[in-house]
Write a protein of this length. Structure first.
Lengths: 235, 63
């Protein structure tokens, strides 16, 4: 898939990412062949590495469903190591870039067989924004980190975000009213992970509505399916 | 010395694209807080329903 995209020359990275996100959604939903990241995005393909960096921890999400996927193998390790080596966050990288890189490293340690010593160390990521950002900005940033809402990944961030559950719930409503389906899905996925979501929010119905309204956007579908498979929210 | 810089350019372009997808700006939009809208509507209704500003009477016979 990614090779075709590169060969055509005109297919943007966003299309390769969407294509790969579709594969992850299918695997999370339990359809198709057993998931293997290295079959979806092949080694030695620059676009494939870039797509893995954009998907972040979600590229390995099906391996977190231990009963639905075979464990990741050496080829998966190789493509992830390639992506981590090709797109490390630079010295002036944004907090989102550092956190998503960190998420991919943590997911590699958790879900791939090589062990922590075969991957880079997770970089330190600033987290003052969790307490300092006003709720609309916090909501936008947290939605960009939706891939980190995975079991066994970014537990510290999840603990700190618990104190701002109400703000994230406000952000979810705001995103739905603005028809920003990707932000709404990302926030809904994080809210599905947090323990004290107000029942009046209607998170389950909201997530189903967001997926329905997103017109088949694979990244929206990925967040909604992850919320359902990992945290039982969204119907 | 001839150097092939194509791959460097492609990598740099892809890196920029990756950063753009990871940290994209929030789409422009207007969010109206319901309570603020209610307040503005109430103020508009009060202004419309208020009696006209008293003005000095003009007596036509005085002219």
């Amino acid at each position: 898939m990614a090779e075709q995209a590169q060969g055509a020359g005109a297919v943007p990275l966003s299309a390769v990412v969407a294509d790969a996100a579709n594969g992850v959604v299918l695997a999370l939903a339990g359809g198709g062949d057993p998931y293997a990241l290295s079959r979806l995005l092949r080694q030695g393909d620059a676009m494939a590495s870039a797509a893995i960096r954009v998907l972040g921890a979600d590229a390995l999400a099906p391996y977190a469903l231990d009963h639905r996927a075979v464990p990741g193998g050496e080829n998966d390790e190789a493509v992830v190591r390639e992506a981590l080596a090709a797109y490390p966050p630079g010295p002036d990288a944004s907090a989102v870039s550092v956190w998503t890189y960190r998420g991919l490293v943590e997911a590699s340690h958790a879900f791939l067989p090589g062990g922590a010593d075969r991957f880079p160390q997770a970089p330190r990521a600033a987290s003052a924004w969790v307490t300092d950002d006003p709720w609309p900005k916090l909501s936008h940033r947290v939605s960009q980190l939706a891939a980190l809402a995975l079991p066994g990944v970014a537990q510290d961030l999840a603990d700190r975000l618990t104190a701002r559950t109400d703000d994230l719930a406000r952000g979810f409503v705001r995103a739905v009213r603005r028809r920003d389906w990707l932000q709404a899905a990302g926030l809904g996925r994080w809210l599905a992970r947090l323990p004290d979501v107000p029942p009046t929010l209607g998170l389950d119905t909201g997530l189903a509505f967001v997926r329905q309204m997103s017109d088949g956007d694979p990244r929206v579908a990925l967040h909604v399916v992850a919320a359902r498979q990992f945290y039982g929210r969204g119907g | 010395m001839i150097m092939d810089r194509t791959s460097h350019v492609e990598t740099a372009a892809l890196s920029a694209e990756v950063e753009g997808l990871l940290d994209s700006a929030e789409p422009q939009g207007v969010f109206r807080d319901t309570r603020e809208c209610e307040g503005a509507l109430l103020l508009a209704l009060l202004l419309l329903g208020s009696p006209p500003t008293p003005r000095p009477k003009t007596d036509p016979k005085a002219r």
